[in-house]
Design a protein around this ligand. Structure first.
Ligand code: CO
Length: 445
């Protein structure tokens, strides 16, 4: 039995615990050890890191990728891509998605984990196709959620659609850390039995299930698990790398990982953690376990957003009402998985319903766009009364929103003009217009 590890310290652990504020200089020194440790892959790019580089760190994300590539010639580099949203928050035209994938691979990425918040296959199609065309590894991800309409059958059906599309592996992406060891075991087994693809499991320690879930993932035959070096593990991050290696080795798994290097990596990041604790960018709460998400089926990050929103409006006494309203709104919307951007949208609508004192008296434009079908197909059916309130006589359309978009690259290139020195610069501008423009202006002096 063999099992392999994807180390997430540079991307998801960084994003979940360090507010994505790791600068290249913060980890440069440890890259040779990360390269030498024997990981299947290093998740090191994409997700929120791209935005954070430009917005907070005054770093060119593309240059970061090239530097990591140079320092880690022996390990596969992996990124997270939100399908048709690439790394931004809206749907982009196909030419942008294709070029983004092409440039990611050209600058050093080997594996692209591609997901859509609604598990709408149409929204990952172009990114998957282009990844395959660029001879990189397209990993199709299932957003895991729990609802009356989500079951093994739908997940397997989605995985098979991705297999037909030509992906090289399937990842189960449990962003809220709510997938139980049993649910994970059953799902991995079902995927192994019904597809011929390697299965990767990604979870979070938020509710305390994480390590047990990965143990059962291994038992069910998972090929790769995502873990984070121990000092930045658990809580809102991934389960600990060293602990899983230790445990699984005792069970007889073949694991080719250098434990001395893991210790070096952990010692190194302990110093980083101290620095972030001191400067306040690491909130100790994100390292703790909170099983409330199991009761509300609401991701930890969403709970803390709700608290912040209500406190800002001096309405924290309504917290329990909002918590009760949240699953009702999710049901009315056809049970979308609570991942960006759906988690924010559902949270805002639930808060409005409670604070206004009447359900759906106010409906944000993002929710209207979702109901119209602009984000993709809702997993379940929409509440017809809500549809009427939101759209009036208009009907939702079942279509791929990107089909309605004009190509965007040439237009963006003209707009940003000489500030962009490369196609990569133009793509940064397309993803985060104001932030990238400011970054490019300062960089060019
Ligand atoms: Co994650």
């Amino acid at each position: 039995m063999e099992i392999r590890f994807t180390e997430t310290v540079l991307r998801d652990a960084n994003q979940s615990q360090l507010a994505t504020r790791l600068a290249y200089e913060d980890f440069e020194e440890i890259l040779p050890a990360l390269d030498n440790a024997g990981f299947y892959s290093l998740e090191c790019w994409g997700g929120a890191t791209f935005d954070s580089c430009l917005r907070y760190l005054n770093e060119d994300p593309w240059e970061r990728l090239r530097k990591i590539r140079k320092a880690c010639p022996n390990t596969k580099l992996q990124m997270l891509l939100r399908g048709q949203n690439i790394l931004g928050y809206r749907h982009y035209p196909d030419d942008i998605v294709r070029l983004f994938v092409e440039k990611s691979v050209e600058n050093g990425i080997d594996i692209i984990r591609i997901f859509d918040a609604l598990n709408d296959i149409r929204n990952i199609k172009v990114a998957v196709e282009e990844t395959i065309k660029c001879k990189a590894h397209a990993q199709g991800a299932i957003c895991y959620t729990v609802s009356p309409i989500h079951n093994l059958e739908n997940y397997v059906a989605y995985a098979k659609q991705m297999e037909d599309m030509g992906v090289s592996s399937i990842a189960i992406k449990d962003m809220a850390g709510i997938m139980s060891p049993k649910e994970c075991y059953d799902l991995v087994k079902a995927l192994k039995e019904n597809t011929s693809l390697p299965v990767v499991v990604h979870t979070h320690g938020t509710t305390g299930l994480g390590s047990m879930t990965l143990l059962k993932a291994a038992e069910a035959g998972a090929d790769v698990i995502d873990t984070a070096i121990s000092c930045l593990s658990n809580g809102t991050s991934q389960p600990p790398t060293e602990t899983l290696v230790y445990t699984l080795k005792q069970f007889g798994y073949d694991i080719d990982i250098n434990m001395d290097e893991l210790k070096n990596i952990n010692d190194f990041f302990k110093n980083v953690r101290s620095k972030f604790l001191e400067n306040g960018q690491l909130n100790p709460l994100v390292m703790a376990t909170d099983a409330n998400a199991l009761i509300y089926q609401v991701p930890g990050g969403m709970l803390s957003n709700l608290v912040a929103q209500l406190k800002a409006q001096n309405a924290f006494d309504k917290f329990n009402q909002v918590l009760e309203e949240t699953p009702k709104v999710r049901e009315d919307l056809g049970y979308p998985p609570l991942v960006t951007p759906m988690s924010q949208m559902v949270g805002v609508q639930a808060t409005m319903n409670v604070l206004v004192g009447e359900r759906y008296k106010l409906i944000p434009k993002e929710i209207k766009a979702y109901i119209r079908g602009e984000y993709g197909k809702a997993p379940g059916s929409l509440n017809p009364e809500l549809v009427k309130k939101a759209l009036g006589e208009e009907q939702p359309i079942d279509y791929r929103f990107a089909d309605s978009l004009e190509p965007g690259f040439e237009k963006a290139k003209k707009e940003i003009g000489s500030l962009a020195k490369s196609d990569e610069d133009v793509l940064s501008y397309v993803a985060f217009p104001q932030v990238a423009e400011k970054f490019l202006r300062e960089r060019n002096g």
